[in-house]
Design a protein around this ligand. Structure first.
Ligand code: URA
Length: 235
C-alpha cells in the first residue's frame, strides 16, 4: 500500500506538489471514483489508478542503463565522491542498486535496478555472463599476449582467469570479453601480460549493449525487450 500522491510521483506523472494539485482538481480516479485525498492509500498491485482518464500501471521493477563517466564511484552512498546514484535523476530511487562495479576511472555500461533477483543472478559466478570491454593499453598487444588473455592468465588469485575473447582493434587497443567479475580484473589481466590499461570502457553486459546515444553521465530506462534478453542470459 502507498499514498496516492507518492504512487503518481513514482510513476512520473509530476512532482509531489504537481500531483497534489491534480488530485485536488479531481483529475485522479481510484477504481473508477474520483479521489481528492493525496494521502489516500492505494494497493499498487490491485487498485486501478487513472490520471486524466488514462490507467497508470505500477511497475514494481525499474531497470536503467547508465553510461558511467570517469570520476564517479559505483556505490549508493559515498562521503567523498559523487556516486552513480547521484547521476540517476529519477523520483523513485529507493532500493535501486548498481549491478556490479566499475572502477572510478572506468567508463561505460552500468545496469541499475531494484530487481534484486535479476541483479544478483547476473553477477553469480556460476552464470558466466559475458561483459565486453574496450581497452586502451600503454603498450602494443602482441598476438601471443592476445592468445594468453584468451586462454587465461595468472592474476595472483588461486586460479587463472577463465577463457575469454580478445580482439585486437588497434595498435594499443583491444576488446576483451570476460565472463567473471574479479576485482580490477581487466587491469590485472593486462598487467599479467606485462602491459597496463590507460582507458577502460564497458560496452556490453550479457545481451545488453551500451546505447551509443548515451553520453557519459546519461542514462535511460531499459526497453521490455532488453529486460527479457537479460532474463534469458541467466536462463
Ligand atoms: N576490470 C577492471 O579492471 N576495472 C573495471 O572497472 C572493470 C573491469
Amino acid at each position: 500500500m502507498m499514498r496516492l500522491d507518492k504512487f503518481l510521483t513514482e510513476n512520473e506523472i509530476g512532482s509531489r506538489s504537481q500531483v497534489k494539485e491534480y488530485i485536488k482538481k479531481g483529475m485522479v480516479k481510484v477504481n473508477g471514483v474520483i479521489c481528492r485525498q493525496a494521502e489516500f492509500k492505494v494497493d499498487e498491485t490491485k487498485d486501478e489508478v487513472m490520471y486524466s482518464d488514462k490507467i497508470i500501471k505500477y511497475k514494481p521493477y525499474l531497470y536503467y542503463m547508465l553510461n558511467k563517466p570517469q570520476g564517479v564511484v559505483t556505490a549508493t552512498k559515498d562521503n567523498v565522491d559523487k556516486t552513480v546514484m547521484d547521476l540517476l535523476a529519477v523520483d523513485r530511487k529507493k532500493d535501486l542498486f548498481p549491478v556490479g562495479r566499475l572502477d572510478k576511472d572506468t567508463e561505460g555500461l552500468l545496469l541499475i535496478t531494484n530487481d534484486g533477483e535479476l541483479g544478483h543472478t547476473l553477477l553469480s559466478p556460476k552464470k558466466h555472463v559475458f561483459k565486453r570491454y574496450y581497452v586502451q593499453c600503454g603498450k602494443e598487444i602482441s598476438e601471443s599476449d592476445r592468445i594468453a588473455l584468451e586462454q587465461g592468465v595468472d592474476i595472483g588469485d588461486e586460479k587463472n582467469t577463465l577463457p575469454a575473447k580478445a580482439v585486437i582493434t588497434g595498435s594499443n587497443e583491444l576488446e576483451l570479453e570476460i565472463c567473471e567479475g574479479r576485482f580490477h580484473q581487466v587491469k590485472r589481466m593486462l598487467q599479467a601480460v606485462d602491459n597496463n590499461v590507460t582507458f577502460l570502457k564497458r560496452i556490453t553486459f550479457g545481451s545488453l549493449v551500451l546505447d551509443k546515444d548515451l553520453r557519459p553521465g546519461e542514462f535511460r530506462e531499459l526497453t521490455d525487450e532488453e529486460v527479457e534478453l537479460l532474463r534469458k542470459d541467466i536462463g
